[in-house]
Design a binder for this molecule. Structure first.
Ligand code: B16
Ligand code: MG
Length: 220
């Protein structure tokens, strides 16, 4: 029986994955590193500093900067990203998400956010979704980021539901791996081949098919 749904944020609730890409691309260009959308797939669900490390490795500059310089770069990227977030409006919520959250609330099934993003509370406020979630896992409250299961397990623990009664929803390969490592059913949103390869139980091309009925059948 379905007792909780644990959502990733960027790329599942709204298209902030695109804003992350724009902000990283600009920083990478300033460092003389080219990144494209295919490379960006590897950054989804990965923490800010780990994303920077991957970009530097990709550009052959893994050892070119001091920790202080990297802190400054990560901060610069975040400032750009946060400035892009100012455009975010409730209408930018992906199709069907608000309806699903309202259905879950009516049925007394908690919805939780397990995002790697420190900006998650601000994004939820901009989308006017804050009160539809029972809990937002603070990314700093767990030791390991995705693909480790920690964020998803912490979310389930907080609301007192076992992983076997949870469904996790993710757009990132690292996130699908995290959900499966947590022992939950994983619904992927996006590209079928890559997400299935990461272990997704089912993949939907977008959020329009993500209804309570669909989720209940998966966890029946
Ligand atoms: P921030 P998710 C992740 O969010 C993003 O997918 C990833 O691209 C980003 O680097 C990470 O959050 C950290 O975000 O810089 O805002 O703290 O997909 O786990 O919701
Ligand atoms: Mg995501």
């Amino acid at each position: 029986e379905l007792k909780a749904v644990i959502f990733d944020l960027d790329g599942v609730i709204t298209d902030t994955a695109e804003y992350h890409f724009i902000a990283w691309k600009q920083l990478a260009e300033e460092l003389g590193i080219a990144i494209d959308r295919a490379f960006n797939e590897q950054l989804k669900g990965i923490s800010r500093m780990e994303s920077l490390e991957r970009i530097l490795v990709h550009g052959g500059k893994a050892d070119a900067y001091t920790p202080e310089e990297k802190e400054e770069m990560a901060q610069r990227k975040n400032e750009h990203y946060v400035s892009l977030l100012e455009r975010l409006k409730p209408e930018d919520t992906y199709p069907g998400i608000r309806e699903l959250l309202l259905e879950l609330q009516r049925e007394g099934i908690p919805a939780v956010i397990a995002s790697a993003s420190k900006n998650a509370p601000q994004i939820l406020r901009a989308l006017e979704l804050t009160e539809l979630f029972s809990y937002v896992v603070p990314p700093d409250s767990v030791k390991r980021g995705k693909p480790a299961p920690d964020l998803f397990l912490r979310g389930a623990e907080e609301i007192g539901v076992g992983p076997e009664a949870c469904i996790g929803v993710e757009d990132a390969q690292a996130g699908i791996e995290a959900i499966k490592a947590a022992g939950m059913i994983a619904v992927g949103i996006g590209e079928e081949a890559a997400l299935t390869a990461s272990g997704a139980d089912v993949v939907l091309p977008d959020t329009t098919g993500l209804t309570l009925r669909f989720l209940r059948e998966l966890r029946a």
